[in-house]
Design a protein. Structure first.
Length: 330
């Protein structure tokens, strides 16, 4: 699970500089998922959600990936909230950060400090024997003390492991006593409709002296947006460039037959100048994957070979998998 946490941290580090005026939530989502793959994540652990304002984008001016506002440009002075996760070796991560596009206001800074205090209070309370609802209350207390309790409309978190959302829930109604080794999210947020939102999320493991972040935070401050990154540069008119990337990884696939496998991923991207049609960038990506060792692990489950196992979905019975994507930006 720590490797899954490191993958999302690496993806966030790569994407943060792209939070600039004019970027869209859908562009950021695509870049997050690209960087997750490059960091070793097999797949997102849940649908990547990037937004401003409210979670559901219900207020005027809110931007939300995957919605009708997903292609609207980001304005300067806005906070962008990231909620995404990865899967490495069958284990999930769930992660969140707030990126400031421009200089955050004093009000946003104050809310952010209260949120950080809440996350730390939740972590410290995560001791064996403490009820889940008591940990949730400890997390909520600093936000209540800051006068922002009505804007923390979310539980502190949930257990996580082979699935991204597991029990117990760190919520007001859950009476489960925590045990050593339990892993769960610590994800306070403050959402002020029509004004701003801030969130943070890390995975904590329960230990005798209090919770421990599975991957230590490197900074308590806002992550800063930045200038244009390579993926937002436009090609010179009449010029095209190509690049390719080859990745080989050893992993564990819990979604199919639970056997170790070798992934061979080939990603190729082409950037073309197509100004006459209005398309400034054309990106082509392809992934080719070979799964090995099926017969050997079938015998461990009591079958003579892989082909003797009960029939399953074609995608799981197929030795080769190919993913192909084509897109362009204007």
């Amino acid at each position: 699970m720590a490797r899954a946490c490191r993958a999302v941290t690496a993806a966030m580090d790569a994407v943060a500089p792209q939070v600039v005026p004019g970027v869209t939530m859908d562009e950021l989502r695509e870049e997050v998922e690209l960087q997750l793959r490059r960091a070793g994540s097999l797949t997102p652990s849940f649908p990547t959600h990037i937004f401003t304002g409210t979670y559901a984008g219900t207020e005027p001016g809110d931007l939300t990936s995957g919605s009708r506002t997903g292609d609207d440009p980001l304005r300067d002075g806005t906070t962008v909230l990231f909620d995404f996760g990865g899967v490495v070796d069958g284990y999930c991560s769930d992660f969140g950060r707030t990126i400031a596009c421009g200089e955050p206001s004093a009000e946003v800074e104050r809310a952010y400090e209260a949120m950080l205090a809440a996350q730390e209070a939740g972590r410290a309370a995560a001791r064996p024997g403490t009820l889940a609802r008591e940990v949730n209350a400890a997390c909520r207390a600093p936000i209540e003390e800051a006068g922002l309790g009505e804007h923390f409309r979310h539980r502190m978190g949930h257990a996580i492991g082979l699935d991204v959302h597991e029990r117990p829930f760190i919520s007001p109604e859950d009476e489960t006593p925590l045990e050593v080794g339990m892993t769960f999210t610590d994800e306070p947020s403050i959402i002020v409709p029509g004004a701003f939102g801030v969130r943070i999320e890390d995975i904590v493991v329960c230990e005798e002296g209090g919770g421990r972040y599975l991957v230590q935070r490197r900074s308590d401050r806002f992550l800063a947006g930045g200038g244009f990154s390579v993926n937002r540069e436009r090609p010179v008119e009449g010029e095209s460039t190509t690049n390719a990337e080859l990745t080989v990884s050893l992993g564990y696939d819990r979604f199919a037959y639970d056997f170790p496998r070798v992934d061979v991923s080939v990603t190729a991207a082409a950037f073309l100048s197509l100004t006459q049609s209005g398309r400034e960038r054309l990106e082509v990506q392809a992934r080719l994957q070979r799964e090995l060792a099926k017969d050997f692990y079938a015998t461990l489950r009591g079958y003579e070979s892989y082909d003797d196992e009960p029939a399953t979905a074609d995608a799981e019975k197929n030795d080769w998998g190919v993913t192909f994507a084509l897109g362009w930006s204007f």
